[in-house]
Design a protein around this ligand. Structure first.
Ligand SMILES: *Cc1c(COP(=O)(O)O)cnc(C)c1O
Length: 221
C-alpha cells in the first residue's frame, strides 16, 4: 500500500498549486474513504491525515465507531435520506450535501451535540439530471432559510461538476461556485468554505479558491 506516499505527494501538489495561484488561505484535504477498509484508514491516519469523508450512513457509522479512539474529523458527503438525518446529525462534524430545507431542519432539530453542525449547500453546477444539488438561482433562498437554524452553521458551498479532463472547463465550473459564494457574502453572509475538487480535478479547484478538496482514488488508489 502506498497511501503514505500518496498523501505526501498530494500535499506537495497542493502546496505548489497554492503558491502558483498566489493565494494564502490553506486547503483542507479530506480523505474520502467510502468502500475503503479500516486498515486503509488507519494507514492514512498514520500518515498524518485528520479529515475523512463518507457517503453511506451505515458504512460510515461502523467505521466512525471502530475508529473512535483517534481524534479525527468526519464529514458526510453523500445523498441524504430523511430517515437517516438523526444519525448524520450526531456522528458527523460536517455535512457537505444539503440541498433542501427540510433536511437542514431535521439535522438542526436532531443534533444533540453542543456545537453546531457545519454544513455546505450542494450546488449542481453543471445542471446534470443525475446529480443532486440546487441550481445557482436556488442557493440564496435556501441559504436564507438555513441561517435561521441555531444548531446548524452554514459554512459555504459544495459541488461535484461534470467529469471533464479539459482544464479550462474544470476551472470554469469551479469559478461559477466561487462567484456564487462571493454573491452570498456580498448579501451579508459570512461564509468561508468552497468544497470542490476531486482526484481528477483538484489542481484546477485550488486557484479558484477551493478550501476543502475531497480525494479518494488519489490517496487510496
Ligand atoms: C467519491 C467522492 C469523492 C472522491 O472521488 P475521487 O474521484 O475518488 O477522488 C469526492 N466527493 C464525493 C461527493 C464523492 O462521492
Amino acid at each position: 500500500m502506498n497511501i503514505h506516499n500518496n498523501i505526501q505527494k498530494i500535499k506537495l501538489a497542493i502546496d505548489q498549486a497554492i503558491k502558483a495561484s498566489g493565494r494564502t488561505s490553506p486547503v483542507k484535504l479530506l480523505a474520502i474513504t467510502k468502500s475503503r477498509s479500516i486498515d486503509e484508514i488507519k494507514e492514512a491516519i498514520d500518515a498524518g491525515q485528520l479529515y475523512f469523508g463518507e457517503s453511506y450512513v451505515q458504512e460510515a457509522i461502523s467505521k466512525i465507531t471502530a475508529l473512535c479512539g483517534f481524534s479525527i474529523e468526519w464529514h458526510f458527503i453523500g445523498p441524504i435520506q430523511a430517515n437517516k438525518t438523526k444519525l448524520i446529525a450526531n456522528y458527523f462534524s460536517w455535512v457537505h450535501s444539503v440541498d433542501r430545507i427540510n433536511i437542514a431542519q431535521r439535522l438542526n432539530d436532531q443534533r444533540t451535540e453542543k456545537t453546531p453542525l457545519n454544513i455546505c449547500i450542494q450546488v449542481n453546477i453543471s445542471g446534470e439530471a443525475t446529480k443532486s444539488g440546487v441550481s445557482l438561482g436556488e442557493i440564496m433562498p435556501l441559504a436564507q432559510a438555513i441561517i435561521t437554524l441555531p444548531k446548524i452553521r452554514l459554512r459555504g458551498l459544495m459541488t461535484i461538476p461534470k467529469l471533464t479532463y479539459d482544464i479550462d472547463e474544470q476551472r470554469e465550473n469551479f469559478h461559477k461556485l466561487k462567484l456564487a459564494l462571493e454573491r452570498l457574502n456580498k448579501q451579508g453572509f459570512n461564509l468561508d468554505t468552497l468544497s470542490m475538487g476531486m482526484s481528477s480535478d483538484f489542481i484546477s479547484a485550488i486557484p479558484e479558491g477551493a478550501t476543502i478538496i475531497r480525494l479518494g482514488k488519489a490517496i487510496f488508489g
